[in-house]
Ligand binder design. Structure first.
Ligand code: PEP
Ligand code: MN
Length: 346
């Protein structure tokens, strides 16, 4: 439930609403907006007596949020959330941010080389998994905690921000201490203890859509993170399982405008996992930007043929440079621009 205050309502009137909500046994979340303040009532179990709030001084309206997810919905917050990152990078504003790098961190040489090449082509955030959720227990599982240090080194060398995956609630803090964005992977989208821990980790969270998750389920998972007080959430469409075997997943471009309608959170797209095939990544990256994605995440490897994971979908460096050139043009057509790397670093 959302209590919308009149334009010009005083601080005392807002505080009174907060007090009454708390007296009723619920949590209050004041949200100052550019036009007016709203106060969210969290935990409505259907027994809230709206008339008690409607009559308070300064209250204009009481809105029932019709969706099962509350704080992530557009009804709750009309203005888009812009996730502000260090160095002036933002996801959810006019700029389209490109996150690129290998599937896994494999060595210092590999990740620093990858960082340099994706930065030279125009990426602003480096990706690379330290902890890898692999379908087979015999596949490369990632270098683990030491890889976090290698990512920090790559950041020092290039000035790129770092996005990397946390696999469980026990180790999310290790990742959060180093990363600029904590990624929660598709397989963990409904790992509720991890979502809660990510909600308390103090860093922005990139939440990828589960392999067979509906958009409602994705938004409900994001709600877990917001419910813990972390509002810096970026969603990611990365393809869903389909009956068709021509591609690794069915890259659901429709999810981009659908999420923008239902939620104020930014959504980026990952055409690498979305297709699983290198040659399909560039056209689908172009399509994602055209569909309004707030960013794209792309796997790029200095030598994809030698990659320890996801080589078949990793771009060669020159392909990534081509992708960047093309998505810059597409972004402009829809009144946006691709974020450019800062001139810091090597
Ligand atoms: C990844 O980003 O490397 C990854 C494992 O992605 P997903 O969780 O989307 O499969
Ligand atoms: Mn991968």
């Amino acid at each position: 439930m959302l209590i919308v205050m009149r334009h010009g309502a005083t601080d005392q009137e807002v505080q009174r609403v907060v007090r009454v909500i708390e007296e009723m046994g619920y949590q209050a979340r004041p949200m100052p907006g550019s036009q007016r303040t709203a106060v969210g009532l969290v935990g409505n179990d259907g027994r809230v007596d709206a008339s008690r709030l409607e009559g308070l001084p300064g209250v204009q309206d009481v809105i029932h949020v019709s969706k099962p997810y509350k704080q992530v919905s557009r009804e709750w917050k009309g203005e888009p959330t812009v996730v502000a990152l260090p160095g002036g990078v933002a996801i959810g504003g006019v700029e389209v941010a490109v996150i690129a790098g290998p599937c896994s961190v494999e060595s210092e040489k590999q990740i620093v080389e990858a960082a340099r090449l994706v930065k030279d082509a125009g990426a602003v955030i480096l990706r690379g998994g330290a902890f890898k959720p692999r379908s087979s227990p015999y596949s490369f599982q990632g270098l683990g905690r030491p890889a976090l240090r290698l990512l920090a080194k790559a950041r020092e060398e290039t000035g790129l921000l770092i996005c990397t995956e946390a696999m469980d609630a026990e180790t999310v803090q290790w990742v959060a201490e180093m990363a600029d964005i904590v990624q929660i992977g598709a397989r963990n989208m409904q790992n509720y203890s991890l979502l809660k821990a990510a909600g308390r980790c103090g860093k922005p969270v990139l939440l990828k859509r589960g392999i067979a998750a509906t958009i409602t389920e994705l938004l409900l998972s994001a709600e877990y993170v917001l419910a813990e007080g972390n509002h810096q959430v970026i969603l990611c469409e990365r393809g869903v399982r389909s009956f068709d075997t021509e591609t690794r997943n069915l890259f659901d471009l429709t999810a981009i405008p659908v999420v923008h309608k239902l939620s104020h959170l930014p959504i980026i797209a990952d055409p690498s996992h979305g297709t699983g095939l290198r040659e399909k990544v560039i056209p689908m990256a172009r399509a994602a930007v055209a569909a309004g994605a707030d960013g794209i995440m792309v796997e790029v490897h200095p030598n994809p043929e030698a990659a320890l994971s996801d080589g078949a979908q990793s771009l060669f460096p020159d392909q990534f440079a081509q992708l960047m050139r093309e998505v810059r043009v597409i972004a402009e057509v829809i009144g946006r621009r691709v974020a450019e790397p800062a001139s810091v670093g090597a």
